[in-house]
Design a protein. Structure first.
Length: 219
């Protein structure tokens, strides 16, 4: 059964942000035939989904939008009226933007898609250096998940996290090297005309461009 999966077919979890877009371009540069999974899971705005679709088209990669309706809340990214925190980034406390179990849900869909479409790899732009401290973005989480995948279903699909130990500066420089469409990406937790410049995601992105000595084309 394992031989039925192609070593050069991959699933990308594409959010339309800096990290996932860089991962998409990196995966393509490695010679993989790429399928992008884009999740609409009740975010307050649909801008990141629209951006992800544009990025997938620009990369000439096939894409699928998966719509999920969670019957519970728990995150300021989902609950209308719940303020998205702004200001200093801290890993001492998990921010309200954390969506409980999000990566576990996404990877489960990706596994099913991978096996149905004969893909051997799931690529995720997770980062554990310059990030908000989400528990499902840590190396140990993906290490344990790969152990589970080795024992479940066909047992031939593996998660790859090429950016996991990179700083945002390194990611920005890699994106530049890969000629990633940075001008098309959207990292802000809000869906305004311009990035808010205050949420965790905006602050981390700004840090990366600043340290890389580059101007952010979105800003």
């Amino acid at each position: 059964m394992k031989k039925t999966l192609s070593k050069k077919r991959a699933v990308i979890l594409l959010s339309g942000g800096l990290d996932s877009t860089t991962t998409l371009c990196l995966t393509k540069s490695l010679g993989y035939k790429v399928h992008c999974l884009i999740f609409s899971y009740g975010q307050k705005h649909g801008k990141e989904v629209r951006k992800a679709l544009c990025i997938a088209r620009a990369a000439r990669a096939k894409s699928v939008v998966i719509k999920i309706k969670l019957p519970w809340s728990g995150s300021s990214l989902l609950v209308k009226g719940k303020k998205i925190p702004a200001g200093k980034i801290s890993r001492k406390k998990i921010p309200s933007t954390y969506v409980p179990g999000r990566n576990t849900i996404f990877i489960s869909y990706a596994l099913s898609f991978a096996e149905a479409n004969k893909c051997s790899r799931i690529f995720i732009g997770a980062n554990a250096v310059d990030y908000s401290g989400y528990p499902d973005c840590r190396p140990g989480y993906f290490r344990e998940f790969n152990r589970l995948l080795a024992k479940s279903s066909l047992g031939a699909v593996k998660i790859e996290t090429p950016l996991i130990r990179m700083s945002k500066k390194e990611i920005v420089l890699l994106a530049k090297k890969l000629k990633a469409p940075l001008h098309m990406t959207w990292s802000c937790y809000k869906g305004g005309k311009h990035p808010c410049g205050e949420c965790d995601s905006c602050l981390l992105r700004a840090k990366g461009f600043r340290e890389a000595g580059m101007n952010d084309p979105v800003v």
